[in-house]
Design a protein around this ligand. Sequence first.
Ligand code: NAD
Length: 267
Amino acid sequence: MFDLIDKVAVVAGGATGIGGRTAEVFAAAGAKVVVGDLAVDAGRERAAAIRAAGGDALFVPVDVGDPAAVEGLVSAAVEHYGRLDVLHNNAAALHLFRRDVPLADMDVDAWDEIMRINLRGVMLGCRAAIPHMVAGGGGSIINTASSRAFTGTVDSAGYGTSKLAVVGLTRYVATQYGKQGVRCNAIAPGVVVTERAAARMGDAEYAGILRHYLTPRLGTPDDVAACALWLASDAAGFVTGQVINVDGGLGAHQPNFAELSDLAGRG
Ligand code: NAD
């Protein structure tokens, strides 16, 4: 039920972090995986690692904001493996985080680039994949949103706004193509400690963030990959148009949870 045997999956933004782990988990579950990413060396390494572990994968360089490149990514999957069953739209412009400053100081070019990669990229992926999925009898699209979509914080208005738009787009795709067998869902992760995040996050920062989570630890790429695997598989055949919060309960509690926990001696 949870396997992806005979399925073909594209993971856009599949070179590193969450997408890299998801590509590995999809392949281990039996999928033939096309890793698409702007990061050419890391993407090639990811596909090679999957093959070395006995899986089937190829790498295709892509800028998800470029319509022709995204068409090329999807075409490569169909030409090489014969069909397309799963698309994970996971790429995001995380390198622009430092330029995603409070709005009065926002650089318009940075805003546009965040939207181009985070939102237009997801739209282009859906647009390219849907005809192949419909022709093949259906498919599963999994978009990566974020817990930052649902509430504001001191920075990253561009990022959060783009991710809330991804949630909206997810519902539109689910609504427009559900009857043709295409499911579309979003995963909204809380803080996920990827290798890159682990390299820059000290113990004090980890502990400070963790105070606001209901779990004893922060997220890992495996947490998101497991959810993506479920959504990709036939086990989630009756699940569409949903946002799954893989967020350690971050969005489930009152804002003063950490302070009340301290007062109660449970912090
Ligand atoms: P990451 O930087 O490791 O992964 C992002 C991937 O997207 C990279 O491989 C990068 O090269 C690729 N990418 C960037 N721009 C691209 C472009 N224009 N075209 C193609 N590929 C491009 O970061 P991550 O933390 O693994 O993030 C993965 C997804 O999860 C993102 O959508 C991010 O917004 C989301 N997310 C992450 C967290 C977290 O705490 N790590 C939390 C919430 C949501």
